[in-house]
Design a protein around this ligand. Structure first.
Ligand SMILES: Nc1ncnc2c1ncn2[C@@H]1O[C@H](COP(=O)(O)OP(=O)(O)O)[C@@H](O)[C@H]1O
Ligand SMILES: O=C(O)C1=C[C@@H](OP(=O)(O)O)[C@@H](O)[C@H](O)C1
Ligand SMILES: [Mg+2]
Length: 195
């Protein structure tokens, strides 16, 4: 389940925020999987994507999983999988877009990890979800309509993450740099609050 990672500059001077998991939340197409993998690589930490973990465990891709078991079972499996992944070991976890909406999953993330919301405008999301991959919620309907609805339902909840990063047209490297700066800032504030 854990992907191999490569140590780059951060491994040589570990920071406080590397002592616990870093979890990325946000809507489909925000870049959670792409940025999460890059962030893990920069930090020399393992990377896990909850959708890929579910696929590996079930032997089904996400579309097949939804077709065979339905969304309710997917959500239960997603929550269980994330609880297993967040076992205290430092790593970077990219969640599926619906994971943080589950109250038990959200609580687990809040209690055991630093959470990052990759916030994206609708226009950017629309460009990024064009390819049919693992997103059955987008099947056969207007992507704009569905994403607009999900934005209104989910953004107030994603806002409960510890850190919000506005992710627009910047490169993956630039967004990763911004996350690293914000994480360092956040962990300094946390250590000042609870010495
Ligand atoms: N900063 C970025 N700039 C350009 N394309 C991006 C960026 N971040 C992600 N992408 C692309 O957007 C698509 C969706 O990214 P992905 O990481 O799968 O999002 P998520 O996991 O949030 O659904 C992918 O094709 C990815 O290559
Ligand atoms: O938003 C959602 O409910 C979902 C997002 C998908 O992951 P990404 O956010 O990585 O696209 C995947 O978990 C599944 O299709 C459901
Ligand atoms: Mg993803």
């Amino acid at each position: 389940m854990l992907e191999n990672t490569m140590n780059e500059e951060f491994a040589s001077f570990p920071q406080d925020f590397m002592k616990k998991p870093i979890v990325i939340v946000g809507l489909m197409g925000a870049g959670k999987t792409t940025i999460g993998r890059k962030l893990a690589c920069r930090l020399g930490l393992p990377f896990v994507d909850s959708d890929q973990a579910i696929e590996a465990k079930s032997g089904l891709d996400i579309i097949e999983f939804f077709e065979k078991y339905g969304e309710t079972t997917f959500r239960e499996t997603e929550s269980r999988t994330i609880h297993e992944i967040l076992n205290g070991e430092p790593l970077v976890l990219a969640t599926g877009g619906g994971a943080f909406m589950n109250p038990a999953t959200r609580q687990k993330i809040k209690d055991s990890a630093s959470s990052i919301w990759l916030r994206c405008e609708l226009s950017t999301l629309l460009c990024r979800v064009r390819r049919r991959t693992h997103r059955p919620l987008l099947n056969g309907q207007s992507h704009r309509k569905i994403l607009k609805q999900l934005i209104s339902e989910r953004y107030p909840i994603y806002a409960q993450a510890d850190i919000t990063i506005q992710s627009g047209e910047q490169s993956v490297k630039r967004i990763t740099d911004i996350i690293l700066e914000k994480l360092a800032e956040y962990s300094t504030i946390q250590s000042t609050l609870s010495p």
